[in-house]
Design a protein around this ligand. Structure first.
Ligand code: AMP
Ligand code: MG
Length: 404
């Protein structure tokens, strides 16, 4: 059976194949819609930031040498407010009233906070505290210089990035187009969320978890509902799904008599690159391609579907998007309880993780197997237990993925 890392390698190398590489074009979106999208251009400052020496306090712009002995009484010669500087030059014994964000007038080299002053008369101020040169202000270009690169292509646009894009004047932002992901659930036992299951039926949950995972990954998901376990229905839905950038079918890929998805993939000409992964849960994970579509058959059990998407589908989507961070973030934790290894498969199972004393501590969560969403909902991480003989002992290091 294929190890997890090998499976990921196969998925990513197909995504990077020459004729497929420029798959997702870039598009321009209005700034306000660019949050969480993948940036497709380097972004440089169009001006120094800040663009002028500016005050970061409300107070008085002074010459620091005038206030080395305090209290010091200075003559107020003008006012510099945000949006309008003061065309004055501060000379010995003088100062200029100034507001936060306003340009520093010539001659001044520090700003005294208004809280550290008294106003004996309209044209004079008594300074009660000394300031050092450059205190209370930010020099021009202290944050970045004109032309300096502040954001790199491949970055997922976060909140600070969005503010920065606005600051440098990007009304429209160049981002990757979202891959279109078709999602098909399969199973004769499934009913839709709003329906009441009859005996032997259950509600379809995979469509919704996959939809949410595809959205989070940066794709544009589309639900094709439930295909029944017969060749006709599967064919119809899978053919439609193959017109998208990515097709995800959940269920119907194990060894059961009615697991027909692989048959239909073969009939439709899908080239399957693997159909089993040494992973627990998630063993029957199928990956292949058909013309321009990437095709996944994910195991039907709800926890398996989630884990499999996370390990294989998400990196593919991130790679299509040309994101710099493709793989999920994997962290190290100390085990609080022993974890039994499986020599046949890597286990990626629900766990509780907490941060204490400068590090993470983790223990396996109680769960009843790959259908147990209750157990997964109570967990906050997936622990990765390596494929090998024996047991990881308490105190040993284990890797994990944090869940939201
Ligand atoms: P299968 O691989 O089709 O045999 O499915 C494995 C298990 O997952 C079965 O118990 C199914 O009932 C369950 N299952 C399959 N698809 C879904 C779904 N969309 N939502 C919830 N459970 C599912
Ligand atoms: Mg099924």
């Amino acid at each position: 059976m294929l190890p997890v890392e090998r499976g990921i390698e196969i998925v990513l190398s197909l995504a990077k194949e020459k004729n497929r590489e420029d798959r997702m074009a870039a598009e321009f979106v209005p700034l306000r819609d660019s949050i969480s999208r993948i940036l497709r251009e380097d972004v440089c400052c169009d001006a120094d930031s800040p663009p002028f020496d500016k005050s970061v306090r409300d107070g008085f712009a002074v010459r620091s040498e005038d206030v080395t002995a305090i209290p010091a009484t200075l003559k107020v010669i003008g006012e510099s407010r945000a949006g309008a500087g003061a065309s004055v030059e501060v000379r010995r014994g003088e100062c200029c009233e100034i507001m936060t964000g306003a340009p520093l007038p010539k001659g001044a080299d520090a700003v005294v906070m208004v809280e550290h002053t008294e106003r004996p008369a309209a044209d004079s101020v008594r300074v009660l505290k000394t300031v050092r040169e450059n205190e209370g202000l930010l020099r021009r270009a202290a944050e970045a210089r004109e032309g300096e690169r502040v954001l790199e292509a491949g970055r997922r646009i976060g909140l600070a990035d969005l503010g920065l894009l606005a600051t440098v004047g990007k009304a429209a932002v160049k981002v990757s187009q979202k891959p279109q992901v078709a999602i098909i659930a399969t199973g004769d036992e499934l009913v839709e969320v709003q329906e009441r299951p009859q005996p032997a039926q259950i509600r379809n949950s995979n469509s919704y978890t996959l939809y949410a995972q595809a959205l989070e990954a940066g794709a544009s998901p589309m639900l094709y509902g439930i295909a029944r376990d017969n060749l006709d229905d599967l064919r119809n839905k899978i053919r439609k799904g193959l017109e998208h950038d990515v097709l995800i079918v959940s269920g119907g890929v194990s060894m059961g008599k009615y697991d027909l998805v692989e048959n239909v993939f073969a009939e439709c000409g899908v080239q399957v690159l693997f159909d089993k992964i040494a992973m627990k849960p998630g063993k029957p994970t199928v990956f292949g391609y058909h013309e321009r579509a990437y095709v996944f058959g994910l195991p039907g059990n709800p926890v398996s579907t989630i884990v499999s998407f996370h390990m294989f589908v998400r990196p593919l989507i991130r790679s299509l998007l040309k994101a710099r961070e493709i793989q999920p973030e994997i962290l190290d934790a100390r085990l609080e309880t022993p974890a039994k290894c499986d020599p046949a498969r890597e286990s990626i199972v629900p766990a509780h993780v907490r941060f204490e004393g400068g590090g993470y501590w983790i223990s396996s969560a109680v769960w009843k197997g790959s259908s147990d969403l209750v157990g997964l909902a109570r967990a906050n991480a997936l622990i990765m237990i390596p494929r090998r003989e024996g047991t990881l002992q308490a105190g040993e290091t284990a890797r994990f993925l944090a869940l939201e």
